[in-house]
Design a protein around this ligand. Structure first.
Ligand code: GLN
Length: 430
């Protein structure tokens, strides 16, 4: 399979230039040859592709007819075990049903090729907490791919699959997209049905696509959400930059902002905006996210099986969650700060059409680089505020260093403004 857009590849399949089975076999052999460890399990893709080729011969022409797509291993696929990257679920009962996102992809003809590796229970920013081993970054084997949807981002970046689904609570699609040099969208909270996905923090979790280009991202978003997005004229655009984000910039991320300004100058004007509460986003995320994770994890396994199977990071978060649950005043305070962050971002988006920032505060780091707790905390510093506010945000490849490592630009939009995010994203590709 070449680096075709999905729409072009589909055209080749439905016109008989190539069959879905041929593409699927090619992809399976690439996955088998790859040493990136992107997948936890592979599915019955060859059977799916053969059946799809028959359907296509009989006239089926869905928007994903015959296209192989991967899903993160926290989403259910009938007959497979959903592990969430955890030893706790390694021998769980196979799923009875597909998750809603898979149903929608399949209805358009997608071949679900396999389930991608991830940080255990989607907790992490490096994909090093998976019980199934770390994923490697295709841009540099010695570097992490980001997380928690690192398997999905790395598989798309390495050309192992046309596109993949991830989930994003505080940055888990956008940060690995930034590290691996691909497009990643966290849609407006609630716009894609998450039924059949394991919850980390159900007030922020959102399924979204990781793709090689903006058009593929738009196509998948439209299929998953059931919405049509308009491509708009970006001339006259007002582009906001959050002043307080500058505290976290470094040489690489300054280049992202400079490049973004160069690219967008011909279409828009820039405004500086202030959102002081973004600096409290991490603490808010930690409190509200971990309370829900701790509650959710109580429903899986037994105290003994959790004790013997869960990794350190997950146990740490359960402890934080349990502590906070015993101190309701902390939860109340975090909820007040959440409202403030939301109000400040909504007010900012009254003064501009979109907000731009780096997607991550650095390029991908090396496995050997022992990060301080503070640096790990900062991995999601730019992505958590829009998550807390429920706003859509996309990461687009923007800056490539001489050593090949990348940082994306994050474009944050108003609620349900995905169409504008895609339109601006295209400018970065042209
Ligand atoms: N990296 C963040 C965390 O560890 C985000 C996780 C996510 O979005 N699922 O919580």
């Amino acid at each position: 399979m070449s680096y075709d857009r999905i729409a072009d590849l589909r055209q080749k399949i439905i016109s008989g230039v190539v069959s879905s089975e041929e593409i699927t076999l090619d992809i399976l052999s690439r996955i088998n040859r790859s040493n990136l460890n992107c997948f936890i399990s592979l599915l019955d893709a060859t059977e799916q592709a053969r059946a799809m080729d028959e359907k296509i011969k009989a006239g089926f022409n869905g928007r994903l007819a015959g296209i192989p797509i991967a899903i993160k291993d926290n989403m259910r696929y009938k007959g497979s075990i959903t592990t969430c990257g955890s030893a706790l679920l390694k021998n769980a009962h196979p799923d009875y049903e597909d998750c809603e996102a898979v149903k929608r992809l399949k209805a358009e003809g997608a071949i679900i090729i396999g389930k991608t590796n991830m940080d255990e229970f989607a907790m992490g920013s490096s994909n090093t907490t998976s019980a199934f081993g770390s994923v490697h970054n295709p841009l540099n084997f010695d570097c992490v791919p980001g997380g928690s949807s690192g398997g999905s981002a790395a598989a798309v970046s390495a050309g192992l699959v046309a596109a993949a689904l991830g989930s994003d609570t505080g940055g888990s699609i956008r940060q690995p997209a930034s590290y691996c040099g691909v497009v990643g969208l966290k849609p407006t909270f609630g716009s894609i049905d998450g039924s059949g996905m394991y919850a980390l923090s159900q007030d922020m979790d959102q399924i979204g696509p990781l793709t090689r280009n903006v058009d593929d991202c738009k196509l998948l978003f439209e299929i998953l959400s059931g919405k049509h997005t308009e491509v708009c004229d970006c001339h006259g655009l007002k582009i906001g930059f959050i002043k307080e984000y500058e505290n976290y910039y470094n040489d690489d991320t300054i280049k992202v902002i400079e490049r973004a300004k160069d690219i967008l100058k011909p279409v828009g004007s820039f405004v500086e905006i202030s959102a002081p509460s973004v600096s409290a986003a991490f603490a808010t995320y930690l409190v509200l996210g971990n309370v829900q994770s701790a509650n959710n994890l109580r429903l899986i396994g037994t105290p003994d099986s959790r004790e013997s199977n869960l990794g350190k990071e997950v146990k740490k978060r359960i402890l934080v969650g349990e502590y906070v649950l015993a101190h309701p005043e902390i939860i109340e305070k975090a909820k007040r700060v959440k409202s403030k962050i939301k109000k400040e971002l909504y007010d900012a988006l009254d003064k501009c059409d979109v907000i731009i920032s780096p997607s991550a505060p650095s390029v991908a780091f090396k496995f050997s680089d022992s990060r301080s707790a503070k640096e790990i905390v900062y991995s999601d510093i730019f992505t958590q505020p829009p998550s807390i506010a429920g706003l859509p945000a996309i990461s687009i490849p923007c800056y490539k260093r001489q050593d090949g490592l990348t940082v994306g630009v994050q474009i944050i939009g108003k609620k349900n403004a995905e169409g504008l995010l895609f339109s601006i994203g295209r400018i970065f590709e042209s």
